[in-house]
Design a protein around this ligand. Sequence first.
Ligand code: IMP
Length: 175
Amino acid sequence: MEDMQKEILFSRDAINQRISEIAADISRDYAGKELVVVGVLKGAFVFMADLIRRLQTPCVIDFARVASYGSGSTSSGQIVITKDIEIQIKDRDVLIVEDIVDTGLTLSHLVRVFRERGPHSLKVCAFMDKRLRRKVAFEADYVGFTIDDGFVVGYGLDFNERARYFPDVYIVTNL
Ligand code: IMP
């Protein structure tokens, strides 16, 4: 929307700083292992690109795409994997990278599906966590930023496909 009104929430500098901290945590936790990092399209692609380049541990990457059916900007409960990963994850150490945990429906579904494939370990790293909006219990293992509510855009996150390219994260104030 052309007339989107927004306020900066997390600057590129704050994002950079936080990603370095998360990358250090992940590198420490997976020292000596090779990770399979799975990005959830499209929203996680910017975060994932920055995160993997700061890991001190080797990784291979893949992507999944998930659709949720229902209202426009939030998921409804009907989750379908529309693009699956191509790498076999049996006995591998897998880290799912997602943009936002909101209701928790997307990630709880993806984790359930991936767990059935027998990974050695499976964890989730989310750029943002909207803790107050859960419909199902879900805890990410690594979280960049926590907010209560509100709609955010930029740094990969969209509003009707717009605003993904913004280098900073904004909160939309006229929704
Ligand atoms: P879920 O509700 O936890 O299943 O999250 C579903 C997806 O909704 C997230 O992966 C995001 O792509 C999207 N989403 C939720 N909140 C926002 C937001 O504030 N901005 C942009 N996308 C969002």
